[in-house]
Unconditional design. Structure first.
Length: 412
């Protein structure tokens, strides 16, 4: 089965977080640079102001107008990142940008038509779709009207300005829709996580009530009964005390089994954890799709052993290997004794196995855990000649382990 590469979620190392407010100075700087890079398109108007022969009045008018235009553009875009803009400020800023685009283009030359593109982009960013679908074509139409004053650009340059104006505006509408969808999806995921946590707490409370409610009620009743029998009927009171001991022992067994079930690791849960660990450590992960699915033939104890193997292997990759890439595979294999095994392979491109070839405490404990599940552990160099490979085998179709007896439960 072909592995697929996982995509990491945005984290603090990514300076540009689409649809999220910057959480630190680095992210704010990244967003600023992403917006400021598009100002390179203003090179034409700036170059026109620096050309020899340009009058001082034109330079003052162009410099002040351009500075005001850029400040207004940044005000609109940056304020939109953090919170919704007031309608008066939003419409007033867009009107000012449109007026400056028209006035500067008509008085200083056709290179200033590029300002209409920035106005269209700002309109697509801050306005909702019902309004931006009209304002963007309107801004493009004004660009065409102002550009008609320059006969020398009617054929080629006017199209070169008008098409980017229309396309950039609607492209930003699509980007804003993507941002809103991402934000809603993130909120939905957080809500699902909260609901899942609440449901798990409710299930835990219900299970504990079902396990202990009857036993504790019976213990209370028999304790009261033994107390009333004790002065005159000590033999009957002793039988009640024996029943109390038997019920309490059974309650301990039930609680121990329930706690063991809650604490038993599972492959999907461990997979989500190791993905986060690898992402935090900067290790690129490639995950076999087989790890995502369910395996009906895999017993609970065998799945628990594989989950522990996955956790221990990824911990070693992060702590000791110095790897940049980690590959997680899950395959079904048939041994010479015709038994089917499920093999979990964790391969990295790090430093490789140590020269001493001695297992540490983690691998030794993992080898013992797999042996209890009738499995085995194999370690060695990665197949590509560089890195470390860990393979954990557990049998498929093995019967579930028997419940612990009363003599074990006494150590709870």
């Amino acid at each position: 089965m072909r592995p697929v590469e996982t995509r990491s979620e945005p984290d603090d190392r990514n300076p540009v977080l689409i649809g999220q407010e910057p959480r630190n100075r680095r992210q704010a700087l990244g967003k600023t640079m992403w917006i400021a890079v598009w100002l390179l398109y203003l090179g034409g108007p700036v170059g026109g102001l620096l050309e020899p022969g340009t009058s001082t009045a034109a330079r003052i008018w162009g410099g002040l107008g351009l500075a005001l235009f850029v400040l207004t553009y940044f005000l609109l875009v940056f304020r939109h990142m953090w919170r919704a803009l007031a309608h008066r400020l939003m419409y007033g800023s867009l009107a000012l940008m449109l007026a400056l685009s028209s006035a500067l283009s008509m008085t200083l030359g056709f290179p200033w038509l590029v300002l209409f593109i920035f106005t269209s982009v700002a309109s697509g960013v801050v306005l909702p779709w019902p309004q931006s679908r009209w304002t963007i074509p309107l801004i493009t139409a004004m660009l065409l009207a102002v550009g008609a004053c320059y006969p020398e650009i009617r054929n080629y340059y006017l199209t070169a300005y008008a098409l980017p104006c229309l396309g950039s505006g609607f492209m930003m509408v699509g980007v804003q829709y993507l941002i809103r969808t991402t934000t809603e999806l993130r909120a939905a995921r957080e809500e699902v996580a909260r609901l899942a946590a609440g449901e798990e707490r409710l299930r835990l409370a219900r299970d504990l009530h079902d396990l202990l409610g009857h036993s504790l009620s019976l213990i209370t009743l028999k304790s009261e009964l033994a107390g009333r029998m004790l002065p005159d009927r000590p033999a009957d009171a002793a039988r009640q005390v024996a029943d109390i001991e038997r019920v309490s022992r059974q309650a301990l067994v039930d609680v121990r089994e329930a706690v063991t079930g809650y604490r038993r690791p599972r492959l999907p849960v461990e997979l989500a954890g190791v993905r986060a660990v690898l992402r935090t450590a900067g290790v690129k992960a490639t995950v076999d799709p087989a790890l995502e699915g369910e395996h009906p033939a895999l017993a609970a104890d065998e799945e628990s052993a594989l989950a522990w193997a996955l956790r221990e292997a990824v911990t070693n990759v992060v702590r000791h290997s110095g790897a940049h890439h980690c590959e997680l595979l899950l395959t079904e294999e048939r041994e010479s004794d015709e038994r089917r095994y499920l093999c979990l392979s964790v391969l990295d491109d790090g430093a490789g196995p140590p020269r001493a070839q001695h297992d540490g405490n983690g691998l030794s404990g993992l080898r013992e855990r797999l042996a209890l599940a009738d499995g085995r552990l194999e370690t060695g160099p990665a197949p590509r000649g560089r890195g470390f490979a860990l393979r954990a085998y557990v049998p498929l179709g093995a019967p579930a382990a028997a419940a612990p007896g009363p003599e074990i439960s006494q150590r709870f």
